[in-house]
Write a protein that binds this ligand. Structure first.
Ligand code: ZN
Length: 195
C-alpha cells in the first residue's frame, strides 16, 4: 500500500458504500494509519491508497499515541454552518498548499470499524480535515475548491505532477485508467455488493 499522487485515476473515483467489514479491511485501515503517520498527515481517504471505499481516517494530532484516531465508514455530512478560510495541503499533492473556503462547522454521520454509529458536530480544524477527506471520496481535490486566481498560482506545480505521472505511466501500465478501473471494480465486487 502506498499513497498515490495526482493525477492517478483513483483520486477521481467516486467511492462506493461499504457493505461488509472483515479482518482484511481492518488490516487495510491499520496500514492506512501507518502511511498517514509516515507522511506526517492528519487525514487519509481510501482512494488515496487506491481503494474504492467510502472510508477515511483522521488524527488531528498527526502522530501515533497522540490525539484521537478516527475511522469513518460510509460518512454523510450535513447541516453545514458558518464560513472559514484557511490553507490546505494534501498527501496526494505533496508540497502544494492553497486557500480553501469551507463551512466552519458540520455534522458528520458515519460508522466506525466496530459497527458503532458516529454522530458528531465538529468545528475548527477537525471540521476542515473531515470535509477535505469527504471530498476525496467524491473524487474532489482541494484545488477544485480554490478560487480561479489562487489556482492559477499553483498551476505550474500541478502540471509538474502531470508530467511525472505520464513518464511513470510509460514504465508501469498498472497506473493507466483501464487497469486502475479493473482493480477498483474487483474490490467493489468484494466489499460493496448488496445482498
Ligand atoms: Zn487530501
Amino acid at each position: 500500500m502506498q499513497v498515490i499522487t495526482i493525477p492517478h485515476p483513483a483520486l477521481r473515483h467516486v467511492s462506493k458504500p461499504l457493505r461488509r467489514v472483515d479482518k482484511a479491511l481492518g488490516q487495510m485501515v491499520a496500514n492506512m494509519f501507518e502511511l498517514m503517520y509516515e507522511h506526517r498527515g492528519v487525514g487519509l481517504a481510501a482512494n488515496q491508497v487506491n481503494l474504492p471505499f467510502q472510508l477515511f481516517i483522521v488524527n488531528e494530532a498527526g502522530e501515533r499515541g497522540a490525539g484521537e484516531e478516527l475511522v469513518f465508514l460510509n460518512p454523510v455530512l450535513q447541516l453545514p454552518g458558518g464560513r472559514d478560510e484557511d490553507d490546505e495541503g494534501c498527501l496526494s499533492i505533496p508540497g502544494v498548499y492553497g486557500p480553501v473556503v469551507r463551512p466552519a462547522r458540520i455534522q458528520v454521520l458515519a460508522w466506525d470499524l466496530a459497527g458503532n454509529k458516529i454522530d458528531r458536530v465538529v468545528e475548527g480544524r477537525l471540521a476542515r480535515i473531515i470535509q477535505h477527506e469527504y471530498d476525496h471520496l467524491q473524487g474532489v481535490l482541494f484545488p477544485d475548491r480554490m478560487s480561479e486566481g489562487a489556482r492559477r498560482e499553483i498551476a505550474p506545480e500541478l502540471e509538474a505532477f502531470e508530467h511525472e505521472y505520464l513518464s511513470q505511466l510509460r514504465q508501469d501500465e498498472s497506473l493507466g485508467a483501464a487497469s486502475v478501473a479493473r482493480h477498483l471494480a474487483a474490490l467493489e465486487a468484494d466489499y460493496c455488493q448488496t445482498g
